[in-house]
Design a protein around this ligand. Structure first.
Ligand code: JFZ
Length: 419
């Protein structure tokens, strides 16, 4: 734990961390061979598919409607400042051109294109950062041995060379950090499959930081941050919460992120119609920001490369909402009042944004603030808001004109907004 606060970080990376804190919204993309079965990205494990069967499935992958320009435009219109996409998930299939294995989209499929290359070029063009999700867990590679908790029915030989697997990953990471321009960073996942294995993190993280000094390392290991890491990410939970059952409640000093499915699946799931409503998504975004974190909102595109209309619509609406309310979130930091059931606060300088998400009464009482409130108004329209401040706290009267808004935002101008 101490390492993350005392660790000296080069200026490019420190700047990238601040950029990340400002960004607030990312679009997560889970897309691969598994998308074809419409049963989520764990289907190989869940249906006990063998390597042979899955290799055939991979040879059929042909997402002819994939359009990088449209995906990036979708993310931008949603108000996302970065995209994080699966370069290789637990199924072990590389969604990019690699010389480390033939088991990749260019060499193995009729598609023959490198979608990550197209995406990287388009992200450059449209000015949005790109992160690569990279699974350290592999259900296909023979050298992922000894096996971990999952992927035990894929019919692989009961032997393998762990060091060789580590070198294989570093070869691929070298490609990812060399052939796709400047990256936002690498989003790691899968260490939880073999918690006591030697993951050679120093070597692997060192390589990444050497190849791209501004790239951030975002590990989804559900543990407290370790040296070399840049972001603490929480899966399906707000920072510090653990409703999912596998997150840590220990929050460090690093930038924070919450990854969230838009329905209940990461990879395309054809029977999963449980999409969150836009107000619900806004609530997550605001609560993540009130905790000082970003929201990484997932979509699972279809095997032909198209985005489900349910997801596309929600992203568009979220973007329309952010076009109005964005200034109360982008570039802010966690506000002086930690998130409550009623909502959350964000701050920029001495301005506090009170985000009222769930409060039935007209008057809301905030605990004591550091400075004096000079003015209270609705955001962004600027209508006057009644308030009164005492040593015990500040009460605000939420204007009835905000009724029906998913997030009723009141802006407090103060003499000092520190916590
Ligand atoms: C992981 C992946 O397994 C999943 O497919 C997706 O990519 C998500 C973003 O990250 O999810 C996990 C990780 C660990 C556990 C459960 C889901 N776990 O330890 O139970």
């Amino acid at each position: 734990m101490a390492a993350q606060t005392t660790e000296a970080v080069p200026p490019e990376r420190a700047a990238a961390r601040e950029w990340f804190r400002d960004a607030k919204l990312g679009m997560f993309i889970h897309w691969g061979v598994y998308s074809q079965l419409g049963a989520g990205e764990w289907v190989m494990n869940d249906k006990n598919l063998t390597v042979g069967t899955y290799e055939w499935l991979a040879s059929e992958f042909n997402p002819v409607k994939f359009d990088a320009k449209e995906w990036v435009a979708t993310a931008k219109a949603a108000g996302a400042r970065y995209i994080t996409i699966t370069s290789r998930h637990h199924d072990g299939f590389s969604m990019f051109a690699t010389s480390a294995t033939k088991y990749n989209i260019v060499d193995w499929t009729p598609f023959k294109r490198d979608p990550l290359k197209e995406l990287a070029a388009e992200c450059q063009r449209q000015g949005i950062k790109l992160f690569f999700y990279y699974s350290q867990l592999d259900w296909h590679h023979p050298d992922y041995f000894p096996r971990g908790r999952t992927g035990r029915s894929s019919a692989r030989p009961d032997s393998g060379n762990w060091n060789r697997y580590q070198d294989f990953m570093r070869q691929q990471l070298t490609e990812l950090l060399t052939n796709y321009g400047p990256l936002g960073g690498i989003w790691f996942d899968g260490m939880w499959d073999k918690p006591s294995a030697d993951w050679q993190l120093d070597k692997t993280y060192g390589l990444i930081h050497r190849l791209q000094p501004a790239a951030l390392i975002v590990p989804n290991h559900h543990l407290a941050p370790m040296p070399g890491e840049d972001v603490q990410t929480f899966e399906q939970d707000l920072p510090g919460a653990n409703t999912a059952g596998f997150n840590t409640k220990e929050i460090g000093a690093l930038p924070l992120e919450t990854s969230l499915t838009m329905n209940t699946s990461w990879g395309f799931n054809i029977t999963d119609t449980k999409f969150k409503s836009v107000p619900e998504i806004v609530g997550y975004l605001v609560r993540a920001a009130g905790n000082g974190g970003n929201l990484l909102l997932n979509i699972g595109p279809r095997p032909d490369g198209t985005i489900q209309p349910e997801a596309a619509e929600r992203l568009r609406e979220l973007g329309r909402w952010l076009a109005v309310y964005g200034p109360s979130l982008y570039g802010t930091r966690a506000g002086p009042v930690p998130p409550h059931e009623w909502g959350a606060t964000t701050r920029r300088g001495d301005t506090i944004f009170v985000h009222v998400l769930n409060w039935p009464d007209a008057v809301l009482a905030l605990p004591a603030l550091h400075g004096r409130v000079i003015r209270a108004s609705t955001f962004p329209r600027g209508a006057r808001v009644e308030f009164s401040q005492s040593d015990a706290g500040t009460t605000i009267t939420i204007p009835a004109s905000l009724a029906g808004e998913p997030d009723r935002v009141v802006m407090l101008l103060t003499t000092s907004a520190g916590r």
